[in-house]
Every structure is written in structure tokens, then in C-alpha cells.
Design a protein around this ligand. Structure first.
Ligand code: HEC
Length: 260
């Protein structure tokens, strides 16, 4: 009996997830595009007056991130936060008002107020689309971002594949670590460069020990390690995409020197 109930709950949850995507595609996507990288969006809104992408509304990845960042307590209880964000969206769909916007002024100034969806969307659809919006940003990041290995596995692979290990030190509430995840480690060029010559190891120093007894003074910090477990380069701090790509190049040069 219990099992049947549980199965029912699980399948309802799965249904909600895919329902949400369906509702979004049918009722929101005509105005809200799904995804553009932060770099493209910044160029579009800040430098090109929206002429680069000609967007009709904020994108889904912008919405997902901004709503969660601006509404309620992002660091508090997740179920509570989900409800708060959901309540904001539900209200906005019926009573849109640019004054309530969570988007940056430089973004929102390009748009007229969204038309109300009163009588065009029902409560179940709102609930489903809320879940989809809430989870979008996190799911996207998980699917796209550079993959990580444990240090021991990374060392084996570095020897076999002649690669450099990059140990990234992060911590739980590190704002700039999350910023880099969203703006750098999700970029195709960075993923390509990392996959070609590097193996990524991420260590949350608020929970785990660093390998090789490395001392960490700030997060994020990046430690490049060769296949003989020697640290060839240490880079503290947060970087944008171009700077980070340069750092990767420098790490390759340092690695060649060490291997001579
Ligand atoms: C006809 C075009 C259109 C459709 C359809 C549409 N939107 Fe919008 N939406 C906009 C525009 C334009 C804005 C930005 C201006 C504003 O905030 O009112 C916006 C803003 C929003 C915001 C507020 C963002 C902020 O600035 O805080 C939310 C939330 C939102 N939309 C959700 C949805 C959802 C969910 C759907 C589908 C159920 C949807 N929209 C359908 C055009 C649309």
C-alpha cells in the first residue's frame, strides 16, 4: 500500500517536471528565450542595445537566476524559498508590473511590461512552470559545466593521458566561486580547453581536506599540479573567461618547463 502511494508521489513529481517544460514552451517561450551565456547577454544589453540578440523578454536562465537571488532568502530553507519564488511568479503572471521587476535596470529598460496571463493559464500550469523555472539554472549548470574527478583518479589519469590537474578550492558560501561556475565554467571555450589538457578536481575546503597538504588562503583558488604531484602554478581569486583562458595557457607553459 505504502509503495503504491510512494510511486504515485514520485511519478507526480516527474510529471510536474516535464509538465513545467511543456507549459514553458507553450505559453512563455514565444517571448522568453531559454538560454544565452552571461557573456552574450552582457554584450547584448550593455553594449549593443539589445540589437545583437533582439530579445523580447529576459531569458529563462536570467529569470531562474535573478528570481532566486532577489526573492526571499536564497541561503535559507529550500522548500520555503521555492514557495516564495513561486508566489512571486504566480502573482507576476496575473498582475505584471515592471516596478516589481527583479531584473537589472539595464536589462528591463529594453522591454514593455509583460501582458497579463489572467485566464490564459491555470493554477496547475503555474505550479508546474514555477518548478521548471526554479530548477532550470541548477540543472543547466550540472549538465554543462566542467566535470570533476577525485584527486586520486585525476592523478592516475594525468599520468596516462599526460594531462595537468587543476585543483579548485571552493567553500560553501563563496559568492565568487558560484559566479565563476555560472560565468566561466559553463562557457564552451573553457570546457574545450579544460577537456583537452586538464583534469578538474574541486575541493570544498569548508568540508574536505585539500590533497598534497595544500594551504588555501582564499576561495576560489586554483592549484595546477603536474603528473608527478608537483604544484606548477598557484592562482588565487576569481577571473573572467578571457583571463581564465590565459591562466590555462600559462599553466601549460609551466608544465612544459617542468617536464624538460
Ligand atoms: C507576450 C510576451 C510574454 C509572454 C508570453 C510571457 N512573458 Fe514573461 N515577460 C515578458 C516581458 C517583456 C517581461 C519583462 C518586462 C516585465 O518585467 O514586465 C517579462 C517578465 C517576466 C517575469 C518578471 C521578471 C522580472 O523582471 O522580475 C516573470 C517572472 C515572467 N515574465 C514569467 C513568465 C512566464 C512563467 C511566462 C509563461 C507562463 C511568461 N512570462 C510569458 C513577456 C512575456
Amino acid at each position: 500500500m505504502k509503495k503504491i502511494v510512494l510511486l504515485g508521489v514520485i511519478s507526480t513529481l516527474l510529471l510536474v517536471a516535464s509538465e513545467g517544460e511543456k507549459v514553458f514552451k507553450a505559453k512563455c517561450a514565444s517571448c522568453h528565450s531559454e538560454f544565452f551565456s552571461i557573456e552574450k547577454l552582457t554584450e547584448n544589453f550593455m553594449q549593443r542595445d539589445n540589437k545583437l540578440l533582439n530579445l523580447k523578454a529576459p531569458t529563462l536562465n536570467q529569470l531562474s537566476f535573478r528570481l532566486k537571488q532577489q526573492i526571499g532568502d536564497p541561503k535559507g530553507d529550500e522548500d520555503m524559498h521555492r514557495m516564495e519564488v513561486g508566489a512571486f511568479i504566480a502573482d507576476y503572471l496575473i498582475n505584471p508590473d515592471k516596478q516589481k521587476s527583479v531584473c537589472m535596470d539595464d536589462v528591463i529598460k529594453h522591454f514593455d511590461t509583460m501582458p497579463s496571463m489572467k485566464d490564459k493559464i491555470d493554477d496547475d500550469e503555474i505550479e508546474a512552470v514555477n518548478e521548471y523555472i526554479y530548477d532550470y539554472d541548477k540543472n543547466l549548470l550540472e549538465a554543462k559545466k566542467v566535470k570533476n574527478e577525485k584527486f586520486s583518479v585525476a592523478l592516475e589519469r594525468a599520468k596516462k593521458e599526460n594531462k595537468i590537474i587543476m585543483i579548485k578550492a571552493t567553500s560553501e558560501h563563496c559568492h565568487y566561486c558560484k559566479k565563476m561556475d555560472r560565468e566561466v565554467f559553463i562557457e564552451d571555450e573553457v570546457i574545450e580547453a579544460m577537456n583537452k589538457d586538464f583534469i578538474s578536481v574541486t575541493v570544498d575546503v569548508s568540508k574536505e581536506q585539500m590533497p598534497l597538504s595544500i594551504n588555501v588562503s582564499m576561495t576560489p583558488s586554483f592549484f595546477f599540479v603536474n603528473k608527478n604531484s608537483q604544484i606548477i602554478k598557484t592562482i588565487p581569486g576569481s577571473w573572467n573567461k578571457m583571463d581564465f583562458l590565459t591562466i590555462l595557457k600559462e599553466a601549460k607553459v609551466a608544465n612544459k618547463k617542468g617536464n624538460k
